[in-house]
Design a protein around this ligand. Structure first.
Ligand SMILES: CC(C)(COP(=O)(O)OP(=O)(O)OC[C@H]1O[C@@H](n2cnc3c(N)ncnc32)[C@H](O)[C@@H]1OP(=O)(O)O)[C@@H](O)C(=O)NCCC(=O)NCCS
Length: 287
């Protein structure tokens, strides 16, 4: 992955200079989706040539991370792993979903050749949050944002199903148990106590990330993202912001956000009808 970003985009430095922080990914996947990894190994040395993680959820099979070692690239290994994942989705009778980089035509082409249909586009917006916290005043609706409790897991899963058409309850139990990784789950409610959004923040030293999240509208997103950013004081983080939320994008530029990449949601069926907005993440890739 790092070599691909360095050789194609000159952006290897974005991933730091040590593999240690990346151990969190297999640790989370082992806890959340055990026995769901597909690997391809060298016949002789048994060295891993490719990996493809799948994440089975109530409504879909999500796929990611997918990567092939640089010396084995272009030999059909990723296609082979993806076909195994797609066969699994077919066997389960579920659509397959993933989020892929629009700066990476190797993976974009691989997925669209296999029948994935591109849907919502996201701007990856980078923030460096000052040690002393955000200097922007808290937006309207911020007072209705709170930390979720263990008993909110099912409500959050139902909210996401109602607004985004996907359900992944075990993720919310996982975040709220907080045994592996270090997560904060924020929710916003309206005046009558109905959920208007949720946003997960990874505050683990190896990974400062915002998402997954879903909201009913841009106002809810603004309030939740303000709180999520303030939770990451002194850290850098990237938010995958839906391009179809222009007011929110403008606000995030005003807050100092910088574009660093573009991603697109892809699915083996036509995009689902949704309301509000979704915020995918790279850990866990269960959207
Ligand atoms: C993306 C990645 C996994 C591809 O792995 P790979 O093993 O080299 O890919 P494969 O050889 O199996 O297949 C690539 C397919 O895309 C096709 N392809 C590649 N570039 C293409 C282009 N510009 N236009 C059309 N098709 C293209 C190839 O022809 C091939 O299809 P085919 O099997 O039908 O001929 C690899 O480049 C990688 O690990 N990149 C870094 C990590 C990464 O970006 N992961 C994805 C994150 S979203």
């Amino acid at each position: 992955m790092v070599q691909w970003y360095e050789s194609r985009l000159g952006q290897g430095a974005r991933f730091g200079d040590s593999p240690a922080p990346f151990l969190l990914f297999p640790q989370v996947y082992e806890a959340l989706d055990p026995v769901e990894a597909i690997t391809v190994r060298d016949d002789v040395t048994q060295a891993i040539l490719g990996i493809c993680f799948t994440h089975e959820r109530e409504t879909h099979l999500s796929i990611g991370i997918v990567a092939t070692s640089p010396e084995a690239a272009g030999k059909g290994i990723a296609r082979q792993m993806m076909q195994t994942a797609l066969d699994k989705a077919l066997g389960l009778g579920k659509r397959a979903r993933l989020v892929s980089s629009l700066l990476n035509l190797d993976s974009f082409s691989l997925y669209t050749r296999l029948g994935f249909i591109p849907g919502a586009i996201f701007q990856d917006v980078l923030f460096n949050v000052p040690e002393t916290g955000l200097t922007i005043p808290a937006p309207e609706g911020h007072e209705r944002v709170r930390l979720a409790k263990v008993e909110d897991a099912i409500r959050i899963a139902d909210f996401e199903f109602a607004t985004q058409g996907i359900r992944r309850e075990k993720d919310f139990h996982f975040f709220l148990r907080n045994d592996v990784g270090d997560w904060r789950v924020l929710v916003q409610e309206n005046a009558v106590g109905e959920l208007t959004g949720y946003m997960v923040v990874s505050v683990h030293p190896s990974s400062s990330m915002i998402g997954p999240g879903a909201v009913t509208d841009e106002k809810a997103a603004t309030a939740l993202l303000w709180q999520a950013l303030d939770t990451l004081r002194g850290k850098s983080t990237v938010i995958l912001v839906p391009c179809l939320a222009p007011g929110l994008v403008k606000t995030l530029y005003r807050w100092g956000g910088r574009n660093v990449e573009l991603h697109v949601a892809q699915c083996t069926s036509a995009p689902l009808p949704t309301t509000g907005f979704a915020f995918p993440t790279f850990l866990p890739e269960s959207a």
